[in-house]
Design a protein around this ligand. Structure first.
Ligand code: ATR
Length: 271
């Protein structure tokens, strides 16, 4: 029987995942398809029953269901359990539905070469930051600071994850010279938002990696500012593609071509 995969969310029409997974399935000659499913408010339970009943082999979960889906799964892997959010569901050979979270690891893969001793600065302490911080911890990174508008929220996050230290945006600006990687995770810079930046980058070290998890626009105001300095900027497409590649590998047992996909999506988004 032909396998099929899906992505569920609300809204879902603009998801790039169907394009990405269909291309990879074709490239690897896998007889399967991947479809977007719009799950309306209050319909998550029905949707999951439907997916199970109709033989879906696995699906991605996007906003706003990454947390709400948990009670409908048989179990979670360590990262999904610790992060409290699922972006990938895998149906095992035994028919169990297992939740994973590939966002954080996907993001770190998108950075390319980094070192465990690198000093990381996270900007923002929401759900996206949580997944990434946990992945840094899991991979054995040692030095990480979380700067946030509301210091209390950063403190709570580092306490819960038992990793890193909480600082203010002002402290982050003062310590900017000491960071090797700066990660922007707040919604600032998404299309409808203003040109406001979480921190100023004056004094940033040469060759620092500056990453934004937002990919629409491809160059956020934060990355635009970073490009004025001699640093390496990374947009959010890398995270999108690498989280998808990890999901693809859990479902199909093989790893797809990520560089090629980043290039194709960049062209599609007009970069
Ligand atoms: P996600 O869960 O996807 O990360 P989110 O929960 O909306 O998204 O992200 C919230 C993060 O963005 C928080 O760190 C939030 O800061 P507070 O804890 O102070 O609320 C940060 N954030 C949201 N809007 C912001 C803004 N206008 N300026 C600075 N930080 C902002």
């Amino acid at each position: 029987m032909k396998k099929w995969f899906a992505v569920i969310g609300n809204p879902i029409a603009h998801s790039l995942s169907p394009y990405m997974h269909d291309a990879w399935l074709q490239e690897q000659n896998i007889n399967a398809s991947y479809i977007p499913i719009h799950v309306k408010e209050g319909k998550l339970k029905d949707a999951i029953e439907g997916l199970k009943l109709l033989g879906c082999s696995g699906w991605n979960v996007t906003v706003p269901y990454k947390e709400a889906i948990i009670p409908f799964l048989d179990r979670l892997d360590e990262s999904a359990a610790k992060i409290g959010a699922v972006n990938t569901v895998v149906k095992t050979d035994e028919g169990e539905f297992v939740g994973y979270n590939t966002d954080g690891l996907g993001f770190i893969r998108s950075l390319g070469e980094t070192d465990h001793s690198n000093n990381i600065l996270m900007l923002g302490a929401g759900g996206a930051a949580r997944g990434i911080i946990f992945a840094f911890k899991q991979l054995g990174y040692k030095n990480l600071s979380v700067a946030n508008r509301t210091l209390e929220n950063a403190k709570k996050l580092v306490d819960e994850l038992q990793f890193g230290q909480a600082i203010t945006y002002l402290e982050a600006e003062e310590q900017l010279q000491s960071f090797d990687v700066v990660v922007q995770t707040t919604p600032l810079g998404m299309k409808s938002n203003s040109k406001e930046l979480p921190i100023q980058l004056k004094g940033i070290k040469e060759y620092t990696i500056v990453a934004d998890i937002v990919y629409n626009p491809l160059v956020t105001p934060f990355l635009e500012e970073a490009e004025k300095y001699n640093v390496r900027t990374i947009n959010g497409l890398g995270m999108l593609v690498h989280q998808g590649a990890l999901a693809f590998s859990y479902w199909n047992g093989s790893y797809p071509n990520t560089d090629n996909m980043i290039q194709r999506l960049t062209e599609q988004l007009g970069g």
